[in-house]
Unconditional design. Structure first.
Length: 242
């Protein structure tokens, strides 16, 4: 079964735009799991423009489902937060300071030495590690050499091509990357721009998928459909794609 992890960053973005605590970010995490999500994802950035470091600490205290923290480990503050809160999974993403959203995966060949070191730090603490990578065979092979447990395929190009009507061209590199990951013994996650239109097909073509992390699209759908209904619809898309 492919697990659905709900990224709650957008709840924090809305809260921060007005100050105060509306919507309540901790409650959004509780509700995600109450509505049927298999996990909750947060991506704190150094400027704390959405999820704040204290949000992460508060959520960790109450979360009963899987907790995934995303971020760039070149920031010592991020490393310290992960080691302090000990999530079930840490997803390492090569974001630059001030970057609007993640837009590329790791060069696992160029950064092999550094990634091997930092992955070892997190695994020693008992935390599962996933590396954000593009669907490129060489990057998947490089990831396997770092000691990571999983990779997360960056799916923006899939979503863009799928929306343009070219489903087979959109999915092809992801199928190849998924097969290579399975061959190398890597777990497989995916995320970025997955939505109710393209998720089912993605899952159908990649049955070995362990987890998807979805935030922006799910929160946008929740505005029209309701939060609980949106979570359930994304779960059904994964089940129908099985």
């Amino acid at each position: 079964m492919t697990r659905l992890s709900v990224n709650i960053n957008k709840f924090a973005t809305i809260r921060n735009s007005r100050g105060g605590n509306n919507p309540d970010v901790v409650k959004s995490a509780i509700d995600a799991q109450r509505f049927g999500a298999d996990g909750v994802t947060v991506h704190p950035r150094p400027d704390e423009r959405h999820i704040r470091y204290d949000d992460v600490r508060a959520i960790r205290k109450i979360i009963t489902t899987e907790f995934n923290i995303e971020g760039n480990p070149t920031e010592q503050k991020f490393i310290d937060l992960v080691l302090e809160t000990k999530p079930h999974q840490v997803t390492l993403v090569p974001d630059a300071l001030g970057q609007l959203t993640s837009d590329h995966g790791w060069d696992t060949i160029q950064h092999k030495q550094y990634l091997t070191h930092i992955i070892g730090v997190f695994k020693k603490a008992g935390i599962r590690v996933s590396l954000f990578v593009d669907p490129v065979i060489e990057m998947v092979e490089g990831a396997a050499q770092t000691g990571t447990d999983r990779i997360e395929l960056y799916t923006e190009s899939y979503a863009r091509q799928f929306a343009a009507g070219d489903q087979q061209q959109a999915i092809a590199p992801y199928v190849t990357a998924a097969l290579k990951a399975k061959e190398l013994g890597l777990g497989l996650n995916a995320g970025h721009d997955l939505d109710l239109q393209n998720l089912k097909f993605f899952k159908q073509q990649i049955p070995s998928l362990d987890e998807v992390s979805i935030g922006h699209a799910l929160v946008c759908d929740a505005i029209y459909l309701g939060y609980e209904n949106a979570v359930q619809m994304y779960r059904r898309s994964l089940e129908l794609g099985a």
